[in-house]
Design a protein. Structure first.
Length: 244
């Protein structure tokens, strides 16, 4: 999982950096976490995890505090997470995770991207079965026996625990439902949480030709440019040349 995990992370933050919106996107997630669980990180594990992610990505402390404060204001935007499902060229399955305060605007835009780039937006639940909703956590702690840690975390929903020796990080993949429990265990046992993300991982990969890949990538790029889009997941086999 380690290489694939880091590759997905690198692609995402490279994309966010290219669009110069990484702080805005993290700010939206912080806002939603505050509205769902309150502004005090002590009693809000999702907010704690997002603050850790923001710090890892060098988001200034002032930006983090401003996002938390903004979420507590009466006139702040009420973002909702909405996941859209569709097929791209060559039958590639695509899940689009958005944070929107205007679903009519967002669905209209997403549908337009699919329609004009060789794809088709589907109904809710039409292809989510092709993906598994997972938790991915990056953490640090010296002197950890990874095998023992994995045995400890299995009961909390962990499915894979690996050590990235080069980065000195522990990579944990687990069930979506177990994310908060895994995070809680790590915090209670002195681990530094670097990031905690909820992702959709394809359980069936789709092979494509170079020409098909170009068309799919054009659609993905267009979707990712939208301000309401937080993440895009697909089941197209990654380009080995790009991954190297």
């Amino acid at each position: 999982m380690g290489r694939a995990f880091e590759f997905r992370k690198a692609r995402k933050f490279k994309r966010w950096g290219h669009m110069a919106r990484v702080f805005t996107k993290l700010g939206k997630e912080i806002c939603m976490a505050v509205k769902a669980g309150g502004p005090d990180p002590t009693g809000n594990p999702r907010l704690r995890a997002l603050i850790a992610t923001a710090k890892t990505e060098n988001m200034p402390k002032d930006n983090i505090e401003r996002a938390i404060k903004k979420a507590t204001e009466k006139d702040s935007s009420d973002y909702k997470v909405v996941v859209y499902e569709g097929y791209g060229p060559a039958g590639v399955a695509i899940l689009v995770e958005t944070a929107t305060d205007n679903n009519t605007r967002t669905v209209g835009n997403i549908r337009n991207y699919f329609d004009h780039n060789g794809g088709a937006l589907g109904n809710s639940g039409s292809l989510s079965f092709l993906f598994d909703h997972k938790t991915e956590i990056r953490a640090k702690k010296d002197g950890v026996d990874v095998e023992e840690l994995e045995l400890e975390l299995i009961d909390y929903g962990a499915e894979s625990v690996e050590k990235d020796e080069e980065a000195g990080e522990i990579l944990i993949e687990g069930t979506f439902e177990g994310g908060t429990k895994i995070q809680g265990y790590l915090e209670e046992n002195g681990f530094e949480i670097l990031s905690c993300e909820y992702v959709y991982l394809p359980n069936n990969m789709k092979e494509v030709t170079p020409e098909q890949r170009e068309k799919v990538q054009k659609l993905l790029d267009k979707i990712e440019e939208d301000d309401d889009v937080q993440n895009v997941f697909h089941n197209m086999v990654e380009d080995e040349n790009e991954e190297a």
